[in-house]
Design a protein around this ligand. Structure first.
Ligand SMILES: *[C@@H]1O[C@H](CO)[C@@H](O)[C@H](O)[C@H]1NC(C)=O
Ligand SMILES: *[C@@H]1O[C@H](CO)[C@@H](O)[C@H](O)[C@H]1NC(C)=O
Ligand SMILES: *[C@@H]1O[C@H](CO)[C@@H](O)[C@H](O)[C@H]1NC(C)=O
Ligand SMILES: *[C@@H]1O[C@H](CO)[C@@H](O)[C@H](O)[C@H]1NC(C)=O
Ligand SMILES: *[C@@H]1O[C@H](CO)[C@@H](O)[C@H](O)[C@H]1NC(C)=O
Ligand SMILES: *[C@@H]1O[C@H](CO)[C@@H](O)[C@H](O)[C@H]1NC(C)=O
Ligand SMILES: *[C@@H]1O[C@H](CO)[C@@H](O)[C@H](O)[C@H]1NC(C)=O
Ligand SMILES: *[C@@H]1O[C@H](CO)[C@@H](O)[C@H](O)[C@H]1NC(C)=O
Ligand SMILES: *[C@@H]1O[C@H](CO)[C@@H](O)[C@H](O)[C@H]1NC(C)=O
Ligand SMILES: *[C@@H]1O[C@H](CO)[C@@H](O)[C@H](O)[C@H]1NC(C)=O
Ligand SMILES: *[C@@H]1O[C@H](CO)[C@@H](O)[C@H](O)[C@H]1NC(C)=O
Ligand SMILES: *[C@@H]1O[C@H](CO)[C@@H](O)[C@H](O)[C@H]1NC(C)=O
Length: 639
């Protein structure tokens, strides 16, 4: 998943870059040049054209095929020349499907005056020939998104005019060669999604570097404090490598630094912001999925421009320092999956701009302070897997912005007092209050919250009947009331063309029949009524639900035959049916096993889980949507 998102991100980078490319052409090229192409340059281009085995890109556009010998090569598409000398200085064949490797003798390397070369998305294969070193005037090199293999040729050290290098999304391996130290003008280095190994000490002298993206490689080394000499560094992304050891505090103090992503490595030790000045420009700090330990240092308060702070999935602990309240620009704060304890820190509730707050999987205890109501812009709150108790703060119910709420696996015992609810009917809600100690009936005021995509009250002590209104929420995708003490009749779900995909009312005390309205649940995939007191015949009529994959009737008082020769069998998508522990009689016709073809594929393919929200995470400051909330149905299977 991460990969596909990074592809999307790459698309953004490329688009942005392409724009830059268009506006950054040398002045001499501003008007269509009439100067004649030098014949050696033309011949080199024609050689290159011959090397490309396929002459069209994915859109069927054929750039090189249109190169016409009898026209001036400086006018060929993708080619630009120096106006006076007729030398090719820019070649842009982005998305031309070459499907070939670059030979060391390729015509390309005769274009020695090239300043810009873009062969991204060209299906280039094989190694980068060391002849690349011939293109010593290159300022801009983009070979990203090909199938290049092998190591960096050491001759890359000849490209000492290079300002921009993008080799992302290839299969390149090996170390960054020492000759790299020659690239003293390099400003952007994009190597993401390759197999590079070793360390990055060689970058320490490239003081012009401002953007470095090494994400998704196999770099394995500690990070030297020597890198703190990179005084132009703005963005450092080393997401998903094997960097280890402490992260030098001196790097955090680089004044130009805006965006740093260390996540998914093996960094360890305390996080230390050193002598960071309060003029730090840092807006994004992501150290998630490492082994950092110790407390959050007080000095974090100096990073006043932080908008995204992600310390999740480490071994950090202790109390959250109250100085965190100085980070007034923070809109995303992730402290989840650590060992923080004590009361939920009130200092966090002074960060009034917060939209995403995740404190889950820690040891926070006690009630949630009421001052959480100050977070008026909160749209996603995750407090799950802590030891919180008492009332659910009622401001959470009435918030008009909070669409994702996860309080599961705590000890909340009360919904709090009933609340005035805002009238904005359109907020789509996604609430998980499962595995708490909630008691009493489901409050009626919940009916005023119209749009639920997901509501989970499972594993609580709720009693009484389901408020009739819940059947009306047109946007329900998933309703889980499993393992409570709810009673009465099941309401007429899906009366109004509901989007209900998953309904779990198992382990309650429901009586009566299955509501016939379920036949309207056209997108239903999962229905579990196990462990109630439902007294009904086999619901052949549910056979018309085209997507029903799991049907569990187990441990009720269903009765009568399970075969009905006169009825059309249906259930075309059924994979799991559990009718055990009922009063069914008769035989199971062979037809069932022959016609329910999906069943035989259960064990060869995993059951499709229902993803209600896309879990889109892009390393760095761009979190699109909420990173958790992949709700999944679950049942127990017994042999
Ligand atoms: C190349 O250009 C010449 C003159 O403009 C034209 O006659 C010829 O058909 C073109 N050849 C191709 C292959 O397009
Ligand atoms: C590209 O080349 C490989 C072999 O090098 C071949 O298997 C593949 O079919 C080619 N792709 C296209 C689109 O021609
Ligand atoms: C590289 O440049 C040298 C001269 O500088 C030239 O002799 C050689 O042919 C070039 N190599 C290629 C592959 O074009
Ligand atoms: C570094 O660049 C110089 C030219 O500035 C060149 O002579 C030298 O060979 C290059 N070194 C490496 C290791 O490529
Ligand atoms: C960086 O430059 C210094 C002095 O110019 C030199 O001694 C050192 O070896 C260089 N480091 C690297 C990694 O190239
Ligand atoms: C990097 O990503 C891959 C695939 O997403 C994952 O399996 C691996 O554990 C990650 N590496 C680290 C160090 O987290
Ligand atoms: C921290 O920085 C301040 C001013 O920038 C300086 O006065 C102080 O000596 C520095 N402290 C350390 C330990 O480097
Ligand atoms: C909440 O968000 C709105 C709109 O995005 C913004 O105008 C407002 O300043 C924010 N409120 C606070 C307290 O940050
Ligand atoms: C529901 O539970 C509460 C306490 O948990 C109890 O006082 C009440 O009588 C119960 N109501 C019903 C209808 O069982
Ligand atoms: C039902 O919920 C209680 C907590 O309310 C939990 O302890 C128990 O394990 C759950 N039972 C099942 C079968 O999930
Ligand atoms: C369900 O919605 C309809 C209008 O769509 C409304 O008339 C009816 O009262 C609602 N029923 C309940 C129980 O909320
Ligand atoms: C099973 O499928 C066969 C062939 O598609 C059909 O003739 C038969 O009626 C089906 N059986 C049932 C019970 O629907």
């Amino acid at each position: 998943m991460i990969r596909s998102q990074s592809d999307r991100f790459l698309g953004i980078i490329i688009t942005i870059y392409f724009f830059f490319y268009l506006i950054s052409l040398p002045n001499t090229l501003a008007s269509p040049t009439r100067s004649l192409c030098r014949s050696d340059q033309r011949d080199a281009l024609l050689e290159l054209k011959k090397e490309f085995t396929i002459h069209s890109n994915d859109n069927g556009h054929e750039t090189t095929v249109l190169w016409n010998k009898s026209a001036d090569c400086c006018s060929w598409e993708g080619v630009m020349c120096d106006a006076t000398l007729g030398e090719v200085i820019s070649l842009n064949l982005i998305s031309e499907t070459a499907n070939t490797s670059l030979k060391p003798s390729s015509g390309l390397f005769k274009l020695q005056h090239l300043r810009e070369l873009d062969l991204s998305f060209c299906h280039l294969q094989g190694e980068i020939p060391s002849s690349i070193g011939n293109l010593s005037h290159l300022k801009h090199l983009d070979l990203s998104s090909n199938q290049l293999v092998g190591e960096f040729p050491a001759s890359v050290g000849n490209l000492n005019q290079l300002e921009y290098m993008d080799l992302s999304v290839n299969d390149l391996r090996g170390n960054i060669p020492t000759s790299f130290a020659n690239l003293t003008k390099l400003s952007e280095l994009h190597l993401r999604e390759n197999q590079f190994t070793g360390g990055i000490r060689v970058l320490a002298n490239l003081t012009t570097l401002s953007i470095v993206d090494l994400s998704f490689n196999h770099f394995k080394s500690s990070i030297s404090s020597g890198l703190s000499g990179l005084h132009n560094l703005e963005q450092l992304w080393v997401y998903n490598n094997s960097f280890f050891g402490p992260f030098p505090s001196s790097l955090f103090t680089i004044p130009s630094l805006v965006d740093i992503v260390l996540s998914e490595n093996q960094f360890e030790g305390a996080i230390d912001f050193g002598n960071t000045s309060s003029s730090s420009k840092l807006t994004n700090l992501d150290v998630s999925y490492n082994n950092f330990d110790g407390p959050i240092p007080e000095s974090i308060s100096k990073l006043v421009n932080l908008e995204n702070l992600d310390l999740s999935h480490n071994n950090l602990g202790g109390q959250v320092p109250s100085s965190i309240s100085k980070l007034v620009n923070l809109d995303r704060l992730y402290l989840n999956h650590n060992n923080f304890g004590g009361q939920v820190p009130r200092s966090i509730f002074k960060l009034v701009n917060i939209e995403y707050l995740d404190l889950s999987h820690n040891n926070f205890g006690g009630p949630v302070p009421r001052s959480i109501s100050r977070l008026v812009n909160l749209s996603s709150l995750d407090l799950s897997y802590n030891k919180l108790n008492g009332e659910v703060p009622h401001c959470l119910w009435s918030s008009s912005k909070l669409n994702s709420l996860d309080l599961s696996y705590n000890y909340f015992n009360s919904f709090g007092k009933s609340v005035e609810l805002g009238t904005d009917g359109s907020l789509e809600r996604d609430w998980d209050l499962s595995s708490n100690s909630l008691q009493g009936p489901i409050p009626k005021w919940i009916c005023n919250l119209k749009y639920f995509s997901f509501l989970d009250f499972s594993n609580n002590h709720l009693n009484g009947s389901i408020p009739q209104c819940l059947k009306n929420s047109t946007d329900f995708s998933m309703l889980n009331l499993r393992n409570n003490s709810l009673s009465g009749f099941m309401p007429d779900f899906c009366m109004d063309g509901s989007q209900l995909r998953s309904l779990d009312v198992s382990l309650n005390n429901f009586v009566g029949k299955l509501p016939k309205s379920l036949i309207n649940c056209e997108v239903m995939e999962f229905l579990n009524v196990r462990g109630n007191k439902i007294k009904d015949t086999f619901p052949f009529w549910l056979g018309s639900l085209q997507h029903l994959t799991v049907l569990v009737l187990r441990s009720n008082t269903f009765y009568g035959p399970v075969n009905n020769p006169s009825a059309y069998l249906g259930f075309p998508s059924l994979r799991i049916m559990d009718i055990s522990n009922n009063n069914f009689v008769g035989s199971l016709p062979q037809d069932y096993f022959a016609n329910w073809t999906e069943m035989s594929s259960v064990w060869s393919r995993p059951i499709r889980t229902l993803d209600y929200k896309r879990n889109i995470r892009i390393p760095g400051s761009n979190y699109m949507g909420d990173r958790k909330n992949n709700h999944k149905d679950s049942i127990e299977l017994v042999y």
